[in-house]
Design a protein around this ligand. Structure first.
Ligand code: GRF
Length: 185
């Protein structure tokens, strides 16, 4: 099934731009309807505007209420979180079961939460990677949909690891969207 997708971001938005690019090239069937950020200074948002997609900043204590209004206005039926740094409440998640996915830069269930790469390096892991999972009301704990693995080298630091994993994230996000489109046909 082709979805009507909203992508929620807070920062650079490289995953979001990669999904927009895939959409533009017709690599995914779903439509990217809107990009929403809770951060008015999100770099990604400015870049998204160039694609002519509807962008929206919601920087308010009523974030979820305003988000719901925005999503219904554009008939969004699927949400991709991509570097979105706000936790969605249990109340908001009701009705969106298996309709919200998130990308996390580790091989979950390892290294949930923040500072993932720093902690992975400290533990001297030999492999790390990224995970896309359905969002539930526990942080980075929903059902895993798919993962990509990278080898961690002795020479890696936080930045090199982040860069390597981000490249895999881009690949993974498109693969997962295609997989979900197919499984819902
Ligand atoms: C990614 O590493 C993602 O896994 C994590 O936040 C980062 C966002 O990167 N949740 P970008 O904003 O997509 O460039």
């Amino acid at each position: 099934m082709a979805y009507k997708i909203a992508i929620l971001i807070s920062g650079d938005g490289s995953n979001m731009l990669n999904i927009l690019e895939a959409y533009k090239k017709g690599q995914i069937k779903s439509k990217i309807v809107t990009i929403v950020s809770n951060n008015p200074n999100s770099k990604g948002l400015k870049k998204a505007k160039k694609y002519g997609v509807i962008t929206k900043v919601i920087n308010s204590k009523d974030f979820e209420y305003l988000l719901s209004l925005h999503l219904s206005k554009y008939k969004v039926n699927f949400i991709c979180l991509a570097g979105f740094m706000k936790i969605l409440s249990k109340k908001f998640l009701e009705g969106w079961e298996k309709k919200i996915i998130n990308i996390h830069p580790s091989l979950l269930p390892a290294f949930k939460g923040l500072d993932t790469h720093k902690r992975a390096l400290k533990m001297k892991v030999k492999y790390s990677g990224c995970t896309i999972h359905f969002v539930n009301n526990k942080l980075d704990s929903g059902e895993i949909i798919d993962q990509e693995i990278v080898k961690v080298l002795d020479s890696d630091n936080k930045n090199s690891l982040k860069k390597k994993i981000l490249m895999k994230e881009h690949k993974l996000y498109i693969r997962v969207i295609k997989k979900l489109e197919k499984s819902n046909e």
